[in-house]
Design a binder for this molecule. Structure first.
Ligand code: FAD
Ligand code: DHB
Length: 402
C-alpha cells in the first residue's frame, strides 16, 4: 500500500466524499485519518444538508439510511420582536428543500460504504509531512509510532482547519483572508423533542438563538455567547433559562422543555479563506481551505461542493489527460466559497447581537429582518442560498470531444 493515485488526508465529509466520487470514476485512493473510527463517527457538528448534497448521497447509493432517518424541511422561521416569520423553501425555490441529518451520520454512512468495498481508510494515522512536488508523497505516523510513506499522483488535503496540508504550503504561495467575529455559539445536544417542526433562527436583544434537531426526540440548540466563554459558567438550568428567554416562551413563543443534555460545546465563529486552494500537486478541500461562520449551516455543504469539483477535474485528467479543470480548481471553488462567505456573514450580521451596535445599527438590523420576511424577492434570495446555490459550470473548460 505504498503507492496510490490520490492520497487523501482526513476522513471528514470532504475526504470521504472525494474517495467515493473517485471510486465511482475508477480512480484509486487511500485515506489517512489521524483519529480513531469511533471518534470520527461521534463528533457532533453540522446538521443541515443542502438539496444537492442530499441528492449526491442518493446518487452515490449511500443515502438509504438518510432517506429513512432524516427529516426533510420545507422552510425555516426567522424570529424577531417575539414573532416567528416563515420562509417557505419549495415555494421560493421551485420545489427545493433541505435535509436535517447529522454530519456524523453522513460520516458513518460514507465510512461503512467505503469499507464494504474493501477500499482503505487508515485510522489513527496522522500525516506528518507532505511533498507536493513532481513526485508527491505523504509521510504518516501510525498508532504504534511507526512512520510510513505513501506515494501518489496527487494529494488531497481534506484534513480540516487544524490539519497538516495547508501548513505544508509556503506562506508566500498563498493569500489568507481571515475575519474573526466577536462572539461564539454555545451548542447543546439534548434529549428533548424539537420545539417546532422547523428550525427557528432567533434575533433577540440578549443575543442569537437557534433551535434545531437531530430527530423527533433529540434537539440541537445554540445560543450566542462570549468568544472566551467558559462552559463551567453555564450549568444546564442557565442554558434552558436563556433559551426560553430568547425564544419568548413566556410571551407566547415556543416552549422549550429541558431534557438530559448529552453534549455541550462552544463553537468559535470565524471566516477564513486560503487562496489559491492548490500548491503543486496538493489540492485543499473543505475546512482546510476555508471556514464560514455557522449561521446558515454551510460548512459541510461547502466541503462537499469542493470535492465535487476536484473529483470532476481528476476524472478529466485520468480519462483524457486534460489538466484544464485541475488548473481551474481553485478559481472554480473560490467563486462558490466567496458567495457562501457572503451569505454566512449576511445571516450572522442579521441575527446576532453586536456589542458595538448603536441604537441606529439595531434599527437597521430589525429593518433588514422585516424586509427579508415581507418581500418575496428578498425572501427568495435567502431561500436560494439556504437550499444551496447551483454548482459552478465547468463546461467551458472542457475540450470539445467528438
Ligand atoms: P473535518 O470534518 O474537520 O475533517 C477533517 C478530518 O481530518 C478530521 O477527521 C481530522 O481528524 C482529520 N485530520 C486532521 N489532521 C490530520 C492529519 N494531520 N492527518 C490525518 N488526518 C487528519 N458547520 C455547520 O454547517 N453547522 C454547524 O453547526 C457546525 N458546527 C461545527 C462545530 C465545530 C466544533 C466545528 C469544528 C465545525 C462545525 N461546523 C459546522 C463546520 C463543519 O462541521 C465543517 O465545515 C465540516 O466538518 C468540514 O468538513 P471537512 O471534511 O472539510 O473537515
Ligand atoms: C444546525 C447548525 C447550523 O449552523 C445551522 O445554521 C442550522 C442547524 C444544526 O446543527 O442542526
Amino acid at each position: 500500500m505504498s503507492r496510490t493515485q490520490v492520497a487523501i488526508i482526513g476522513a471528514g465529509p470532504a475526504g470521504l466524499m472525494l474517495a467515493h466520487l473517485l471510486q465511482r470514476a475508477g480512480i484509486e485512493s487511500v485515506i489517512v485519518e489521524s483519529r480513531a473510527r469511533d471518534y470520527v463517527e461521534s463528533r457532533v457538528r453540522a446538521g443541515v444538508l443542502e438539496y444537492d448534497t442530499a441528492e449526491l448521497l442518493n446518487d452515490l447509493g449511500v443515502g438509504e439510511r438518510m432517506r429513512r432517518e432524516s427529516l426533510v424541511h420545507r422552510g425555516i422561521a426567522l424570529r424577531f420582536n417575539d414573532r416567528s416569520n416563515r420562509i417557505d423553501f419549495p415555494d421560493l425555490t421551485g420545489g427545493k428543500t433541505v435535509t436535517v441529518y447529522g454530519q456524523q451520520e453522513v460520516v458513518k454512512d460514507l465510512i461503512a460504504a467505503r469499507l464494504a468495498t474493501g477500499a482503505p481508510i487508515l485510522f489513527e494515522c496522522a500525516a506528518t509531512a507532505i511533498d507536493a512536488g513532481d513526485e508527491p508523497s505523504i509521510t504518516y505516523r501510525d498508532a504504534a509510532g511507526g512512520e510510513h510513506t505513501l506515494d501518489a499522483d496527487f494529494i488531497a488535503g481534506c484534513d480540516g482547519f487544524h490539519g497538516a496540508a495547508r501548513e505544508a504550503i509556503p506562506p508566500d504561495a498563498i493569500t489568507v483572508y481571515d475575519h474573526t467575529l466577536p462572539f461564539a455559539w454555545l451548542g447543546i445536544l439534548a434529549e428533548t423533542p424539537p420545539v417546532s417542526e422547523e428550525l427557528i433562527y432567533v434575533n433577540h436583544e440578549r443575543g442569537f438563538a437557534l433551535v434545531s434537531m437531530r430527530s423527533r426526540t433529540i434537539s440541537r440548540l445554540y445560543i450566542q455567547c462570549r468568544n472566551d466563554e467558559r462552559l463551567e459558567l453555564w450549568p444546564d438550568e442557565r442554558i434552558w433559562g436563556e433559551l426560553r428567554e430568547r425564544l419568548g416562551s413566556d410571551r407566547g413563543g415556543p416552549d422549550v422543555h429541558s431534557g438530559k443534555i448529552l453534549q455541550k460545546g462552544v463553537t468559535p465563529m470565524r471566516s477564513f479563506v486560503c487562496d489559491p486552494m492548490r500548491y503543486g500537486r496538493l489540492f485543499l478541500a473543505g475546512d482546510s481551505a476555508h471556514i464560514v461562520p455557522p449561521t446558515g449551516a454551510k460548512g459541510m455543504n461547502l466541503a462537499i461542493a469542493d470535492v465535487r469539483v476536484l473529483a470532476e477535474a481528476l476524472e478529466a485528467y485520468y480519462e483524457h489527460g486534460e489538466t484544464a479543470l485541475l488548473d481551474a480548481y481553485s478559481q472554480t471553488c473560490l467563486r462558490r466559497v466567496w458567495k457562501t462567505q457572503r451569505f454566512s456573514i449576511y445571516m450572522t450580521r442579521m441575527l446576532h447581537r453586536f456589542e458595538e451596535h448603536t441604537p441606529f445599527d439595531r434599527r437597521i438590523q430589525l429593518a433588514e429582518l422585516d424586509y427579508v420576511t415581507s418581500s418575496r424577492t428578498a425572501a427568495a434570495s435567502l431561500a436560494e442560498n439556504y437550499v444551496g446555490l447551483p454548482f459552478e459550470s465547468t463546461a467551458g473548460l472542457r475540450k470539445v470531444r467528438t
